[in-house]
Design a protein around this ligand. Sequence first.
Ligand SMILES: [Zn+2]
Length: 267
Amino acid sequence: MIIDAHTHIYPESVAEKALATVIANTGGRLKAYTAGTAGSLMDSMNAAGVDISIVLTVATNPGHGNGILRWMKDAVTSFPRMIFFGSVHPHDDDYRDQIRQMTELGLQGLKFHPGYQNFPVNSKAAYAVYEEASKQNLVMYFHSGFDPSLPECDYTSLERFADFLNDFRGAKIVLAHGGGYDEWDRVMDLLGDKQCYFDIAFVLEKMKRCKDGRELYRQNEDYFIFGSDSPWRDQKTYVEMIRNSDTLTEEQKEKLLFRNIQKLIKI
Ligand SMILES: [Zn+2]
């Protein structure tokens, strides 16, 4: 069994443009490994042996969360091997209703990207949304740390996350990218005791090579989950990197590939 907890797809009609925009924002440094559509993610999952992918979305402005929900209503039934997480913009007055619709649709989580959504992760305005989401027992999935497409942004800094995590201890929280791209020594210091989950999306190859990255994993092996960040990384390459690792034990591989995430979601 393999569950990829961090993938992205877009509605058919906008996928090409959406990928092109992200690539342009990073100055062409990113490469897409799928076409960004549900069908191309299915092909990638089949090639990699991934059973289930969690699809993460981001409402980039107030009101967008409702549009995402409308798209998901069909997608949820069309793609049973995908688990969809919704998204709410924290400045959306309608957030309570959107969270209610998510739970009615059976969604198990939602994603925040404070950089793209223009709010500091520990801003009190966002706390009302977090409180509502955790009341519904939803997983709150965050972009965490530096984002190469937003080099000046500190809304997802580790200090801000430490503050937020202190206030929401016990909620189901996942931080992407090992808690913060290339800052794994600081993740250990600032976030290592907060009982949140971390994915290895986009950073697996880097964490593997870095002493602090490996140590952060060792200290938190019950909290690390497999995510690729597809289309921005290739699912098959990531699966093989874990399967073929000679430093991870079989038990660690299982925890990473599917056991730990099942503490947060039902499949
Ligand atoms: Zn991502």
